[in-house]
Each structure stands twice: as C-alpha cells, then as structure tokens.
Design a protein around this ligand. Structure first.
Ligand SMILES: Cc1cc2nc3c(=O)[nH]c(=O)nc-3n(C[C@H](O)[C@H](O)[C@H](O)COP(=O)(O)OP(=O)(O)OC[C@H]3O[C@@H](n4cnc5c(N)ncnc54)[C@H](O)[C@@H]3O)c2cc1C
Length: 590
C-alpha cells in the first residue's frame, strides 16, 4: 500500500513539476529579489478519508516548511488511530514530506491524515512536489542476538509476560509485528470491562469478591462448556494482583459491579482495554524493556527438542533471537479462514465480517503446530460471534452490543423472527443467518438516541437511517409493498404491547415501546469477534505436545491459547496467563 501511494504521489508530482517549469520561470523573473515560495505562507485546511469517515487537518506553512499539523476532526477515535496520528504527524514534520510510512495496523487512519495534509497543501495552489521526497528512515538492525526470554506479541498477554519476566531479573526481548505496542484485540477491542476478583480497593465493600469467588462464578456460569478448571483457577488467582497493578500504573478503574458479575469498568463508561494498553505501553518504556515493533516472528527455533528462540523478520531482513525460553502471546486466528474451516470446522462462520484486529492471523498457533504442539477446544463453540455487528461501506466493522438489550430486530420482510433479549447468542446468530440477506434491522426511537452516546456517534458517522413515521423509516431502508406494510404492523404491535409487557409472538419482554419519533434503524448482521481456543497449555502456561508432554522452554499466553476458558473475559485470560508465563519461564531458566 505504501508503495502504490508513493507511485501515485510520484506521478502527480511529475505532472505538477512540468506545469511549474513551463510557468514558474516567468514568475521568478517578475518578482526579482522577493523570495518565491512554492507554497504561499498561510494556514490551510484539508480533508482525507479515514477508517470511519472524513478526517480534517489544518496545516501552518511558512518558508516552505510545514510548521504545524493539527487534526481538527478525526472520526477514528480509538487508541490505534491516536498512535497513527502522532506517528504520522511527527514523521511529516520531521521529514517535511507527505510520502511518509503509514503505521502498520492503522493504515486507513494514517492515509486519512496524509491525504488531508496533501489536500491542504493543494488548496494553497502552490507546487506541493517539494513535500514529496522519500524520507530516509534509519534501517532497523537485523542481526542475530540473544536474551533469556523472547516474547512474541505486544498485547495484554505479551506485555504482562514481559513485565513479570523482567521483574524476575531476566533479559527480555518482545517482538511485535505491528508498528506499535498495545496488541491486536487488546487495543482494537474497545473492550467494555475487565473481569476479576480480589481487587484490593474494594476488599471489605462486597461480600464475595475474592479471586476464589470469581473462579466459582466462571465455572458455574459456563458449566455447559468443556472448560479447563485447573487453568481457569490458576488464572483467576492472579486477578487481584493484576487489577491492583493496573491501578498502580494509573489506570482509573473505579467502578466495580461487586459480586454481581465481577465486571470492572471505568467511571466515565470508556473502555478499560484502551486505557490498559496505553498505560502498559508507557510502563514498558519506563522500565526500559527491549521491544521491537514491525518485527514479525516467522518460526520457533528448536534445539534437541527444546524451544531455543525464534526467527524474526523486520524491514531490513531476517534474523534469529536465541533465548532460553519462548513465550507465544501472538493473539488469535480469527482473520485466518483456513484455521477456522480446517481446524475448527466452522465453515458456516468463516466468511462473516470481523470486528477484531487484522493482526489475528494465527501465526503463533501455526508456528507451535510446526513444532508439535497440541491444540485444544478447536470448535465453533469457542469462537465468539456477535449477533448484531455493523459493517460500514469503508470496511469498518463494529459491535452494536450497546443497543442489544433495547433494539427490536426486524428482517428485510419487515418481520420480527426471534426473542431478541432471551435467546442464546449462537441460536440468535443461526436464526439471523436464516433470514433474507442474512441480516436484520435494529430498530429504536429517539429516546434511545437521547440516552446513548454510542448511538449518537453512530448517527454522526452516517451509520443510522431515520424516518419520522414507521412508513417513512421503511421506505428509507428500502422496504416497499408488503415489506413496508409488515414493518408498520410489526412496530405498531410492539408499541401496543407496551414497555415492560411480554409480547405474544416470541415471548420477549418489551424494554421500550418506541413511542417517541423519529424512528431509527441500523443494518446489523452476525460478525466474528474473537476465538478462545488454540495451543494447549497446562496451568503454568507450558505448551503441551500431541503426546501430552510439555515442550520444554515453550510457553503460550492469552488468546493464542484460550487456556481452556469459555469464550469470555479475554483481557483477564491474557493478563493472567501473561503473568503466569513470565513467572514460570523466569523460574525454570534460573
Ligand atoms: C470488539 C471486542 C470487544 C472485546 N471486549 C472485551 C471485554 O469487554 N472484556 C474482555 O475481557 N475482553 C474483551 N475482548 C477480548 C480481549 O480484548 C482479547 O481477548 C485480549 O485482549 C487478547 O489479548 P492477547 O494479548 O492475547 O492478544 P492480542 O491483543 O491480539 O495481542 C497479540 C499481539 O501479537 C502480535 N502478533 C501476532 N502475530 C505475530 C507475529 N508473528 N510476530 C510478532 N507479533 C505478532 C499482534 O500484532 C498483537 O499485537 C474484546 C475483543 C474484541 C475484538
């Protein structure tokens, strides 16, 4: 992508330069000693297409230098886009070029900003070719090296493993294939909560909120799943320590649902995942951990049946990192259709849109299989699907979970087909896949919009259709004839049933009568969110081979394994098993 952009910029630059040579000399002669700037000094505003919409940037140009770049509007509000904005802005200013590299993992936001700055420069009417030189980036080294423990992946699992191993006095190298620390799903997720008990701040306030209570809660709630209780217990026992550590490094986790569902949230409703990743990354810098971004593990080095390091590649080439222990923390495989079909036999879900990171290509799982690792829980039961996902025209996909407990689900024939609020996720998804076009409309009214900032953001991004009457809403979303009549009848019946009452068709308790126009509809469909299965480990994070034996010096942590957890609490699994892997590896190589 970077190459094609450069080619494109070069050809536009050539065109501009030929215009400049035919007209520019006369202009130079006319104003004699006055300096002639390619870009007239001034402030210019430009627009570019980001991941979720139009990004607007303002630039200040003086003496043919871009002095300042300010992003005025950026619809991509997550942490990854912030990282991209900071990195691309810095590069454009340092190198005085719009031909800078995008940030791997945040390509669309990076392009949005670069295009906005290019647009702003073009609005000056000047010759922008002076800003099209290719920056001379320093090449990263690609030399063989050694350390005690090498960790693959810079998400919640990898960073917790690194912090634990370093605290035990080991030399650690962490490699991350994206251009930043923070993980794939860990960062991408807009995670809603981190579960766990034993949180010191709240000790004494709730009757049952210890690590053991959380363990019992998980086992009871997911007793129908084939779960690994020993692994879950080991992970839950780290809960309090991890949550207290997160607090100690400045993550404002303040709201706790007590013994109800063990969900720890932020007071302002923002997603803990992004805060955790930002603060963990900062902590990694503070303690001087050796981490290498844009560095991809390609295979595990084995010597005499022991893991002895990894092969990695960066933009300069391939090299070996020899180590006494290897921790795989490379996330899940949900972007790898072959793994979903061939290993999980979940072909019917393989093509669903994804609301997870594009980094989830299963690299760690495949590398581990190469060296004899066994896989566990590889079935559709451990793939986390979401019944009401949304996919934007620009490819952005997100979870509509914030409206799941309120919106009515109607198919393209204008009919409801399920109890939206009390149907097992899997059944709901399978039923949805049987509907025309395998999608539905999530319907609600102005009251939900007034109450829900998430919905208002969706409206601002153009994801939501609206009409002042049910007839108008039906027509706006393309329902005509019988379908339109059906939608009107369906929603009038809904209104008639009234808030808090049970409707007769599917037995749903109506959460809101939707009696406050205008009415709204969002196109929703099943999407894939994550996978909680993969490399088999024991409760100390050792990787187990197909003979049921530990592969010496090889560990796995986080959703690269799933560790026998049910499909839930990914951040807890990643944080807990990251710590366990870091601790065990450090102890065993001592
Ligand atoms: C939409 C959404 C909502 C979620 N909500 C919640 C929630 O509310 N609560 C909760 O607990 N969990 C939630 N989760 C799940 C949770 O975010 C993840 O399960 C967890 O963060 C996974 O952490 P990890 O470190 O194992 O993997 P990741 O965060 O995916 O990190 C893996 C890292 O490894 C890197 N990598 C991969 N291959 C290589 C390679 N070959 N070489 C080098 N690096 C490599 C990747 O780039 C990535 O940075 C949600 C997930 C999603 C997608």
């Amino acid at each position: 992508m970077e190459l094609s952009r450069r080619t494109m910029l070069k050809s536009s630059s050539l065109a501009l330069m030929s215009v400049a040579t035919s007209t520019g000399l006369a202009a130079h002669a006319a104003i004699a000693e006055e300096p002639v700037w390619s870009i007239a000094p001034g402030v210019y505003i430009g627009e570019g297409s980001g991941r979720s919409g139009i990004l607007t940037a303002q630039i200040t140009v003086k003496n043919d230098c871009i002095l300042d770049i300010e992003v005025l509007e950026n619809p991509d509000t997550d942490n990854i886009s912030e990282i991209a904005i900071n990195s691309v802005t810095k590069d454009m200013r340092n190198y005085q070029s719009i031909n800078v590299d995008t940030v791997t993992g945040a390509t669309l936001t990076s392009f949005g900003l670069i295009t906005a700055v290019q647009d702003a420069l073009e609005k000056s009417g000047g010759d922008i070719s002076i800003f099209e030189a290719e920056p001379q980036y320093p090449s990263p080294e690609a030399q063989d090296c050694e350390c005690d423990i090498v960790i693959v992946g810079g998400g919640a699992a990898g960073m917790n493993a690194a912090i634990e191993a370093k605290a035990a006095g080991k030399s650690v190298i962490l490699v991350e294939k994206q251009g930043f620390l923070g993980g794939g799903d860990s960062m991408f997720s807009s995670t809603a909560f981190i579960t766990g008990g034993g949180y010191n701040v709240y000790k004494g306030e709730f009757e049952a909120c210890t690590e053991e209570d959380y363990y019992n809660y998980i086992c009871k709630k997911y007793e129908k799943y084939d779960i690994d209780k020993e692994n879950i217990h080991a992970c839950c026992m780290w809960g309090g320590k991890i949550l207290d550590f997160y607090l100690s490094i400045g993550i404002p986790l303040t709201k706790f649902n007590g013994n109800k569902d063990f969900r720890n949230r932020m007071d302002d409703g923002s997603a803990p995942g992004t805060h955790i990743m930002r603060h963990l990354s900062a902590y990694m810098n503070k303690i001087g951990l050796d981490y290498r971004v844009n560095t991809k593990m390609t295979s595990i080095i084995m010597e005499d049946g022991h893991a002895a390091g990894v092969m990695v590649e960066n933009p300069s080439g391939e090299y070996a990192i020899k180590a006494k222990a290897v921790i795989l923390a490379s996330g899940s495989f949900t972007r790898n259709e072959e793994i979903i079909s061939d290993y999980c036999h979940a072909q019917k879900y393989a093509k669903l849109p994804r609301i997870c990171s594009s980094a989830n290509t299963g690299d760690g799982l495949l590398a581990a299989v190469e060296v004899g690792a066994n896989l566990c829980n590889m079935s559709e039961n451990f793939i986390k699907l979401n019944a009401i996902g949304f996919q934007a025209d620009n490819g952005a996909a997100l979870s509509m979970v914030p409206i799941q407990t309120t919106a009515a689900l109607v198919n393209d024939d204008g009919l409801r087909y399920v109890n939206e609020y009390d149907t097992l996720a899997k059944v709901l998804i399978d039923t949805e896949l049987e509907q025309p076009n395998q999608a539905s409309w999530a319907i609600f009214d102005q009251k939900l919009v007034d109450a829900n900032a998430f919905v208002r953001d969706c409206i601002a991004l153009g994801y939501v259709q609206t009409g002042t009457t049910w007839e108008e809403l039906a027509s706006v979303i393309g329902m005509e004839g019988q379908a339109q009549e059906n939608l009107v009848a369906t929603m009038q019946k809904w209104q008639k049933t009234g808030t808090g009452n049970v409707e007769e068709d599917f037995g749903a308790t109506i959460p809101d009568a939707f009696d406050t126009p205008p009415y709204y509809a969002i196109r929703v469909q099943p999407v894939m969110q994550g996978a909680y299965c993969g490399i088999e480990t024991d409760d100390m994070a050792h990787v187990i081979n197909t003979e049921g034996q530990v592969i010496p010096n090889l560990f796995a942590a986080g959703v690269v394994s799933g560790h026998g957890f049910p499909p839930t609490a990914g951040l807890t699994v990643a944080s807990g098993f990251g710590r366990i892997a870091g601790q065990t590896a450090a102890l065993e190589i001592a």
